[in-house]
Design a protein around this ligand. Structure first.
Ligand code: R5P
Length: 295
Protein backbone atom coordinates (compact mmCIF):
# COMPACT_ATOMS: atom_id res chain seq x y z
CA UNK A 1 0.00 0.00 0.00
CA UNK A 2 1.41 3.41 -0.94
CA UNK A 3 2.34 5.59 2.01
CA UNK A 4 -0.23 8.27 1.07
CA UNK A 5 -3.02 5.73 1.41
CA UNK A 6 -2.28 4.69 4.99
CA UNK A 7 -4.67 5.98 7.60
CA UNK A 8 -1.89 7.83 9.40
CA UNK A 9 -1.01 9.85 6.27
CA UNK A 10 -4.58 10.98 5.52
CA UNK A 11 -5.99 14.16 6.92
CA UNK A 12 -9.09 12.93 8.72
CA UNK A 13 -8.66 15.61 11.37
CA UNK A 14 -10.84 13.56 13.69
CA UNK A 15 -10.36 16.03 16.51
CA UNK A 16 -12.31 18.73 14.60
CA UNK A 17 -16.10 18.31 14.74
CA UNK A 18 -17.92 18.53 11.39
CA UNK A 19 -19.30 21.98 10.69
CA UNK A 20 -23.04 22.24 11.02
CA UNK A 21 -23.90 25.88 10.55
CA UNK A 22 -27.45 27.18 10.71
CA UNK A 23 -28.80 28.69 7.49
CA UNK A 24 -28.53 32.48 7.56
CA UNK A 25 -32.13 33.28 6.69
CA UNK A 26 -34.86 33.74 9.25
CA UNK A 27 -37.30 30.83 9.52
CA UNK A 28 -35.62 28.85 6.73
CA UNK A 29 -33.35 26.44 8.60
CA UNK A 30 -35.55 23.38 8.25
CA UNK A 31 -35.78 23.35 4.46
CA UNK A 32 -33.84 20.92 2.26
CA UNK A 33 -30.67 21.84 0.37
CA UNK A 34 -32.39 22.76 -2.90
CA UNK A 35 -34.71 25.28 -1.28
CA UNK A 36 -31.85 26.82 0.70
CA UNK A 37 -29.71 27.05 -2.42
CA UNK A 38 -32.52 28.87 -4.24
CA UNK A 39 -33.04 31.20 -1.27
CA UNK A 40 -29.30 31.95 -1.33
CA UNK A 41 -29.83 32.98 -4.96
CA UNK A 42 -32.37 35.56 -3.79
CA UNK A 43 -30.84 36.73 -0.49
CA UNK A 44 -27.18 37.66 -0.12
CA UNK A 45 -25.58 35.38 2.47
CA UNK A 46 -23.23 38.13 3.71
CA UNK A 47 -25.79 40.86 4.37
CA UNK A 48 -28.74 38.47 4.81
CA UNK A 49 -30.73 40.83 2.58
CA UNK A 50 -31.92 41.22 -0.98
CA UNK A 51 -32.50 43.89 -3.59
CA UNK A 52 -35.23 42.45 -5.78
CA UNK A 53 -36.07 44.41 -8.91
CA UNK A 54 -39.84 44.15 -9.44
CA UNK A 55 -41.15 44.70 -12.96
CA UNK A 56 -44.10 42.31 -13.14
CA UNK A 57 -46.59 45.20 -13.14
CA UNK A 58 -47.56 44.52 -16.77
CA UNK A 59 -49.46 41.40 -15.72
CA UNK A 60 -52.40 43.61 -14.81
CA UNK A 61 -51.30 47.15 -15.85
CA UNK A 62 -49.89 46.58 -19.34
CA UNK A 63 -46.94 48.75 -20.44
CA UNK A 64 -46.87 51.14 -17.48
CA UNK A 65 -44.45 54.09 -17.32
CA UNK A 66 -40.87 52.92 -17.23
CA UNK A 67 -41.71 49.44 -18.50
CA UNK A 68 -42.54 50.30 -22.12
CA UNK A 69 -39.33 48.65 -23.35
CA UNK A 70 -37.99 45.96 -21.03
CA UNK A 71 -35.01 45.37 -23.35
CA UNK A 72 -33.94 49.01 -23.18
CA UNK A 73 -35.23 50.14 -19.77
CA UNK A 74 -34.77 47.10 -17.52
CA UNK A 75 -32.07 44.81 -18.93
CA UNK A 76 -29.30 47.37 -18.16
CA UNK A 77 -30.38 47.31 -14.48
CA UNK A 78 -30.25 43.55 -14.08
CA UNK A 79 -26.54 43.27 -13.16
CA UNK A 80 -27.32 45.29 -10.02
CA UNK A 81 -30.30 43.20 -8.87
CA UNK A 82 -29.94 40.18 -6.60
CA UNK A 83 -33.21 38.90 -8.03
CA UNK A 84 -35.69 39.76 -10.76
CA UNK A 85 -39.43 39.60 -10.10
CA UNK A 86 -41.25 39.26 -13.39
CA UNK A 87 -43.68 37.29 -15.53
CA UNK A 88 -42.71 34.25 -17.55
CA UNK A 89 -43.59 36.10 -20.77
CA UNK A 90 -41.09 38.85 -20.10
CA UNK A 91 -38.46 36.38 -18.87
CA UNK A 92 -38.61 34.32 -22.07
CA UNK A 93 -38.92 37.21 -24.48
CA UNK A 94 -36.64 39.84 -23.02
CA UNK A 95 -34.18 38.66 -20.36
CA UNK A 96 -30.86 37.16 -21.48
CA UNK A 97 -30.48 33.59 -20.17
CA UNK A 98 -26.98 34.55 -19.08
CA UNK A 99 -28.54 36.34 -16.07
CA UNK A 100 -27.50 34.29 -13.06
CA UNK A 101 -29.30 36.03 -10.15
CA UNK A 102 -32.52 34.72 -8.65
CA UNK A 103 -35.72 34.58 -10.67
CA UNK A 104 -39.04 35.14 -8.92
CA UNK A 105 -41.90 34.36 -11.28
CA UNK A 106 -45.33 35.94 -11.07
CA UNK A 107 -47.54 32.93 -10.45
CA UNK A 108 -51.00 34.46 -9.98
CA UNK A 109 -53.09 36.66 -12.23
CA UNK A 110 -56.29 37.03 -14.17
CA UNK A 111 -58.01 40.40 -13.79
CA UNK A 112 -56.68 43.57 -15.38
CA UNK A 113 -56.71 47.00 -13.77
CA UNK A 114 -60.18 47.39 -15.33
CA UNK A 115 -61.69 44.70 -13.07
CA UNK A 116 -61.74 43.51 -9.44
CA UNK A 117 -58.07 42.81 -8.78
CA UNK A 118 -58.54 40.26 -6.02
CA UNK A 119 -60.25 37.90 -8.49
CA UNK A 120 -56.97 36.10 -9.26
CA UNK A 121 -56.17 32.46 -9.94
CA UNK A 122 -52.93 30.55 -10.20
CA UNK A 123 -51.47 31.46 -13.59
CA UNK A 124 -48.39 29.25 -13.85
CA UNK A 125 -47.66 25.53 -13.65
CA UNK A 126 -44.89 24.08 -11.54
CA UNK A 127 -43.44 22.52 -14.73
CA UNK A 128 -42.91 26.00 -16.14
CA UNK A 129 -41.30 27.17 -12.91
CA UNK A 130 -38.82 24.29 -13.02
CA UNK A 131 -38.21 24.67 -16.78
CA UNK A 132 -37.44 28.37 -16.31
CA UNK A 133 -35.12 27.60 -13.39
CA UNK A 134 -36.91 29.97 -11.02
CA UNK A 135 -35.99 30.33 -7.36
CA UNK A 136 -39.46 31.39 -6.22
CA UNK A 137 -43.07 31.95 -7.23
CA UNK A 138 -44.89 35.15 -6.30
CA UNK A 139 -48.57 35.07 -5.47
CA UNK A 140 -50.90 37.91 -4.50
CA UNK A 141 -52.76 37.46 -1.20
CA UNK A 142 -55.74 39.73 -0.64
CA UNK A 143 -56.42 39.59 3.11
CA UNK A 144 -59.73 41.42 3.59
CA UNK A 145 -60.37 41.49 -0.16
CA UNK A 146 -63.46 40.26 -1.96
CA UNK A 147 -61.74 37.01 -3.00
CA UNK A 148 -59.67 36.61 0.16
CA UNK A 149 -60.16 32.84 0.58
CA UNK A 150 -59.38 32.02 -3.05
CA UNK A 151 -56.20 34.10 -3.01
CA UNK A 152 -55.06 32.37 0.17
CA UNK A 153 -55.80 28.99 -1.35
CA UNK A 154 -53.82 30.02 -4.45
CA UNK A 155 -50.92 30.60 -2.09
CA UNK A 156 -51.28 27.34 -0.17
CA UNK A 157 -51.47 25.32 -3.42
CA UNK A 158 -48.28 26.97 -4.64
CA UNK A 159 -46.60 26.36 -1.27
CA UNK A 160 -47.47 22.64 -1.55
CA UNK A 161 -46.11 22.43 -5.11
CA UNK A 162 -43.06 24.57 -4.33
CA UNK A 163 -42.10 22.64 -1.21
CA UNK A 164 -42.29 19.39 -3.18
CA UNK A 165 -39.66 20.72 -5.58
CA UNK A 166 -37.62 22.98 -3.30
CA UNK A 167 -38.95 26.20 -4.83
CA UNK A 168 -39.83 29.15 -2.58
CA UNK A 169 -43.20 30.89 -2.44
CA UNK A 170 -43.30 34.65 -2.01
CA UNK A 171 -46.66 35.84 -0.65
CA UNK A 172 -47.40 39.40 -1.75
CA UNK A 173 -49.84 41.12 0.59
CA UNK A 174 -52.06 43.28 -1.59
CA UNK A 175 -53.87 46.09 0.18
CA UNK A 176 -57.18 47.18 -1.37
CA UNK A 177 -57.79 50.88 -2.09
CA UNK A 178 -60.29 51.28 0.73
CA UNK A 179 -58.33 49.37 3.36
CA UNK A 180 -56.27 50.94 6.12
CA UNK A 181 -52.60 50.43 5.45
CA UNK A 182 -51.40 50.34 9.07
CA UNK A 183 -49.26 48.08 11.25
CA UNK A 184 -52.29 46.25 12.64
CA UNK A 185 -53.45 45.24 9.14
CA UNK A 186 -49.93 44.45 7.89
CA UNK A 187 -49.25 42.29 10.97
CA UNK A 188 -52.45 40.35 10.31
CA UNK A 189 -51.77 39.83 6.59
CA UNK A 190 -48.07 38.91 6.88
CA UNK A 191 -48.63 36.53 9.80
CA UNK A 192 -51.45 34.73 7.96
CA UNK A 193 -49.15 34.23 4.95
CA UNK A 194 -46.34 32.86 7.14
CA UNK A 195 -48.65 30.61 9.15
CA UNK A 196 -50.04 29.09 5.96
CA UNK A 197 -46.58 28.31 4.60
CA UNK A 198 -45.15 31.23 2.62
CA UNK A 199 -41.36 31.00 2.43
CA UNK A 200 -41.15 34.78 2.60
CA UNK A 201 -43.52 37.71 2.44
CA UNK A 202 -43.65 40.99 0.60
CA UNK A 203 -45.57 43.85 2.13
CA UNK A 204 -45.69 47.62 2.48
CA UNK A 205 -43.61 49.58 4.95
CA UNK A 206 -45.64 51.52 7.49
CA UNK A 207 -44.23 54.36 9.55
CA UNK A 208 -45.65 53.43 12.96
CA UNK A 209 -44.83 50.01 14.32
CA UNK A 210 -43.11 48.24 11.42
CA UNK A 211 -40.81 46.56 13.97
CA UNK A 212 -43.87 44.75 15.32
CA UNK A 213 -44.61 43.48 11.80
CA UNK A 214 -41.14 41.99 11.27
CA UNK A 215 -40.96 40.68 14.85
CA UNK A 216 -44.28 38.83 14.62
CA UNK A 217 -43.63 37.32 11.20
CA UNK A 218 -41.43 34.20 11.52
CA UNK A 219 -40.16 34.35 7.91
CA UNK A 220 -38.31 37.12 6.06
CA UNK A 221 -40.18 40.23 4.97
CA UNK A 222 -39.24 42.35 1.96
CA UNK A 223 -40.92 45.66 1.29
CA UNK A 224 -42.56 46.91 -1.88
CA UNK A 225 -41.47 50.33 -3.00
CA UNK A 226 -44.97 51.52 -3.85
CA UNK A 227 -45.77 54.71 -5.77
CA UNK A 228 -42.89 56.77 -7.12
CA UNK A 229 -41.32 59.05 -4.49
CA UNK A 230 -38.51 61.57 -4.86
CA UNK A 231 -35.28 59.54 -4.92
CA UNK A 232 -34.08 60.81 -1.52
CA UNK A 233 -37.37 59.72 0.11
CA UNK A 234 -37.28 56.30 -1.54
CA UNK A 235 -33.81 55.73 -0.09
CA UNK A 236 -35.08 56.83 3.33
CA UNK A 237 -37.95 54.35 2.99
CA UNK A 238 -35.53 51.49 2.23
CA UNK A 239 -33.32 52.52 5.14
CA UNK A 240 -36.20 52.68 7.64
CA UNK A 241 -37.54 49.32 6.50
CA UNK A 242 -34.25 47.43 6.89
CA UNK A 243 -33.53 49.21 10.19
CA UNK A 244 -36.93 47.96 11.35
CA UNK A 245 -36.11 44.36 10.45
CA UNK A 246 -36.99 43.96 6.77
CA UNK A 247 -34.75 41.54 4.89
CA UNK A 248 -34.57 43.81 1.89
CA UNK A 249 -36.68 45.44 -0.78
CA UNK A 250 -38.67 44.30 -3.78
CA UNK A 251 -38.70 47.65 -5.51
CA UNK A 252 -40.16 48.58 -8.85
CA UNK A 253 -41.42 52.06 -9.68
CA UNK A 254 -39.01 53.81 -7.31
CA UNK A 255 -36.19 52.31 -9.36
CA UNK A 256 -37.40 52.12 -12.96
CA UNK A 257 -39.27 55.46 -12.80
CA UNK A 258 -36.31 57.28 -11.19
CA UNK A 259 -34.65 59.99 -13.24
CA UNK A 260 -31.60 57.72 -13.49
CA UNK A 261 -32.65 54.11 -12.79
CA UNK A 262 -29.16 52.64 -13.07
CA UNK A 263 -27.88 55.06 -10.40
CA UNK A 264 -30.95 54.47 -8.24
CA UNK A 265 -30.65 50.69 -8.06
CA UNK A 266 -27.01 51.03 -7.03
CA UNK A 267 -27.95 53.56 -4.36
CA UNK A 268 -30.63 51.20 -3.03
CA UNK A 269 -27.98 48.46 -2.84
CA UNK A 270 -25.81 50.75 -0.72
CA UNK A 271 -28.64 51.17 1.79
CA UNK A 272 -29.74 47.54 1.84
CA UNK A 273 -26.42 45.68 1.67
CA UNK A 274 -23.91 48.17 3.04
CA UNK A 275 -26.08 49.89 5.65
CA UNK A 276 -25.35 53.28 4.07
CA UNK A 277 -27.22 56.24 5.53
CA UNK A 278 -29.85 57.69 3.17
CA UNK A 279 -27.87 60.94 2.85
CA UNK A 280 -24.73 59.06 1.75
CA UNK A 281 -26.73 56.87 -0.66
CA UNK A 282 -28.43 59.95 -2.14
CA UNK A 283 -25.08 61.66 -2.67
CA UNK A 284 -23.91 58.51 -4.45
CA UNK A 285 -27.09 58.59 -6.56
CA UNK A 286 -26.53 62.20 -7.58
CA UNK A 287 -22.86 61.66 -8.45
CA UNK A 288 -23.63 58.52 -10.47
CA UNK A 289 -26.55 60.25 -12.22
CA UNK A 290 -24.33 63.17 -13.26
CA UNK A 291 -21.57 60.82 -14.43
CA UNK A 292 -24.15 58.95 -16.48
CA UNK A 293 -24.98 62.22 -18.22
CA UNK A 294 -28.60 62.24 -16.97
CA UNK A 295 -30.26 65.48 -15.92
C1 R5P B 1 -47.65 44.46 -7.84
O1 R5P B 1 -48.51 43.80 -7.38
C2 R5P B 1 -46.39 43.91 -8.21
O2 R5P B 1 -46.18 42.71 -7.52
C3 R5P B 1 -45.17 44.79 -8.04
O3 R5P B 1 -44.08 43.97 -8.30
C4 R5P B 1 -45.01 45.40 -6.69
O4 R5P B 1 -46.06 46.23 -6.40
C5 R5P B 1 -43.66 46.08 -6.47
O5 R5P B 1 -43.51 47.15 -7.23
P1 R5P B 1 -43.50 48.64 -6.67
O6 R5P B 1 -42.20 48.82 -5.95
O7 R5P B 1 -43.58 49.45 -7.93
O8 R5P B 1 -44.65 48.81 -5.75
Amino acid sequence: MADSETASAKKYQADIPARNEPFFLKGSNNYDWGMKNRLANIFDADSGRTVMLAFDHGYFLGPTSGLERIDLDIVPLTPYADTLMLTRGILRSSIPPTYTGGIVLRASGGPSILKELSDEEIALSIDEVIRLNAAAMAVQVFVGGEFETRSIHNMTRLVDLGNRHGIATLAVTAVGKDMARDAQYIRLATRICAELGATYVKTYYVEDGFESVTASCPVPIVIAGGKKLPEREALQLANRAVEAGASGVDMGRNIFQAECPVAMIQAVRKVVHEGAAPREAFEFYETTRRESGVG
